[in-house]
Design a protein around this ligand. Structure first.
Ligand SMILES: [Fe+2]
Length: 190
């Protein structure tokens, strides 16, 4: 799920390019196709090989284009509560993508939807279905649906949000938010 986060964040980034986009889309496509298979059967080497390619492509994409608020926030949560980075990413990803969607072109969102195997004819439909596909994949691989189950405490929100806005990953987020915006994302992700 962290790999999917890397692809979607690099693709949404203010520094994305046709090169990082091609890598991000190819990576996202592989995650949707192969992650379930690996979780079902860890000995499925053909699927693991494809996930390895997905991971490297996602890494190349975000090392060039940067990341966004899913990581800016995920870094804080990992530091505060010490659970798996990928779990935080999985939970935050649809919330941050929905927040960012106003800053992304329809054509770009439709291409991401297609890469993720989602059929959509308009931007709002594509955003909703990309978020649904992310939540569904996350649930299928056994990740909790919300941050509450990960031990996240509401009284930490202000500190988490303030620190997240100082995280380097947030610099390339396509929509810059206030502390309140980031706290709302956390709320939504509980
Ligand atoms: Fe990550």
């Amino acid at each position: 799920m962290d790999v999917l986060g890397h692809t979607i964040e690099a693709y949404s980034s203010t520094e994305s390019s046709p090169i990082s986009d091609a890598l991000a889309l190819a990576g996202a496509k592989l995650v949707l196709r192969y992650l379930r298979r690996i979780v079902e059967n860890g000995n499925d080497l053909a699927a693991r090989e494809q996930m390895m390619f997905a991971s490297v492509m996602a890494g190349l994409a975000f090392n060039n284009a940067g990341l966004g608020y899913t990581h800016a926030l995920g870094h804080q949560l990992g530091g505060f509560y010490g659970q798996f980075h990928g779990y935080y990413e999985a939970i935050l990803l649809p919330r941050v993508f929905a927040f960012n969607a106003v800053a992304l072109q329809e054509e770009k969102i439709l291409r991401l939807a297609a890469a993720m195997g989602v059929n959509a004819g308009s931007k709002p439909e594509a955003v909703e279905k990309i978020c649904d596909a992310t939540r569904k994949l996350s649930a299928d691989v056994g990740i909790p649906a919300g941050l509450k189950k990960m031990g996240v405490q509401q009284h930490d929100f202000a500190t988490l949000a303030q620190n997240a806005l100082k995280d380097i990953a947030g610099l390339t987020n396509p929509r810059q938010g206030t502390v309140e915006d980031v706290m709302n994302i956390l709320h939504d992700a509980m």
